[in-house]
Design a protein around this ligand. Structure first.
Ligand SMILES: N[C@@H](CCC(=O)N[C@@H](CS)C(=O)NCC(=O)O)C(=O)O
Length: 329
């Protein structure tokens, strides 16, 4: 675990001392937008046109933020247009790594050993964290974006003109945007990032603050999902996929490793059925790798789990009937 400073790798854990024990996530630095015609998006530069074969996605199967992008790539039919490399789940002294001899965990573009080499190839004097997901532009040999919330928006619409892409499938429809944004805002701060705030806190009060906000939000979501099939009405939206990647990791990792242990998701009747419902959407199960998820958190985060023992349980069955069709198809 570490970061780049002026293009040099430094092995350092998160600095929570300057924030009184509170974990604060750093903002992503590469914020260009891939657009249908290459015109500039809401931030960054223009010139990133949506073209088949031009972009490469670096992900970890363990990472909830990267997971969003894999789901969108899958569901929108982008697999043959956007290639992928998966880092090894163990993220230790050198940060995210590739294993050149292991086809599953190699860098298919440059055969680099470390993810930080991808960052310094794009920006030799880069200072900041080296995170996944990272969307690489093979043509300009640079990082188009390393912000998952924006990558999924690009995947949702920019590539719609390409062959085989499901242009009808819209996870961010115009009319639902205000409500999606509102749900995302609360879910991001208290749930997606909330579990990290609890797990990475180094002061009791900061942990408890995050824990309380997290379970208040889970109770709120549980109630909302007792009335409707999905978070924003009766159609699947971006808000659901953003929540999904945290829920799927919850019982196996966040409950124990991050001390989010008031109750597991499987004890929330609506949230657990909802989680299985989303898991059973065709294509989604292939993006979920519980083995790599557990391996990553328990082995990499040695300040939290110094023995690096990976727990065997819990038993999880995301294929069990979800019962959510009672709200209609
Ligand atoms: N804002 C980023 C956050 C991504 C992120 O923090 N990814 C984690 C993995 S789950 C990471 O790569 N962490 C490495 C580090 O912080 O050094 C996004 O949503 O894309």
């Amino acid at each position: 675990m570490g970061l780049l400073v002026d293009g040099k790798w430094q092995d350092k854990w998160y600095d929570t001392a300057k924030t009184g024990g509170k974990f604060e996530r750093e903002a992503a630095r590469f914020r260009n937008w891939v657009t249908a015609d290459g015109s500039p998006g809401p931030s960054g530069d223009g010139g990133f046109k949506a073209e088949s074969g031009r972009y490469h996605l670096y992900v970890s199967m363990a990472c909830p933020w990267a997971h969003r992008t894999l789901i969108f790539r899958k569901l929108k039919g982008l697999e043959k247009h956007i290639s992928v490399s998966v880092v090894h789940p163990d993220m230790v002294e050198n940060g995210w790594e590739f294993r050149p001899d292991d086809d599953q965990h190699k860098d298919h573009l440059y055969n680099f050993r470390f993810m930080h080499e991808v960052y310094t190839k794009a920006a030799p004097d880069y200072t900041g964290r080296v995170t996944v997901p990272t969307l690489w532009d093979k043509e300009r040999e640079t990082i188009a974006s390393n912000e998952s919330a924006e990558i999924i928006r690009m995947f949702n619409s920019a590539f719609n003109g390409l062959e085989g892409v499901d242009a009808e499938l819209d996870f961010y429809p115009e009319s639902l945007r205000p409500e999606i944004d509102e749900v995302n805002e609360r879910v991001y701060h208290t749930v997606n990032n909330g579990v990290y705030k609890a797990g990475f806190a180094t002061a009791q009060d900061k942990y408890e603050e995050a824990y309380r906000a997290l379970f208040e939000s889970l109770d709120w979501l549980e109630e909302r999902l007792s009335r409707q099939r999905y978070l924003v009405g009766e159609q699947l939206t971006e808000a659901d996929w953003r929540l999904f990647t945290t829920l799927i990791r919850f019982d196996a990792v966040y409950y124990s490793h991050f001390k989010c242990n008031r109750q597991p998701i499987r004890e929330f009747p609506n949230l657990s059925g909802y989680l299985r419902d989303l898991y059973q959407v065709p294509g989604v199960a292939e993006t979920v790798d519980i083995g790599q998820i557990k391996q990553h958190y328990y082995v990499s985060q040695r300040t939290i789990n110094p023995t690096q023992i990976v727990p065997v349980g819990p038993a999880l069955d995301f294929d069990a009937p979800h019962g959510r069709d009672k709200f209609g198809e």
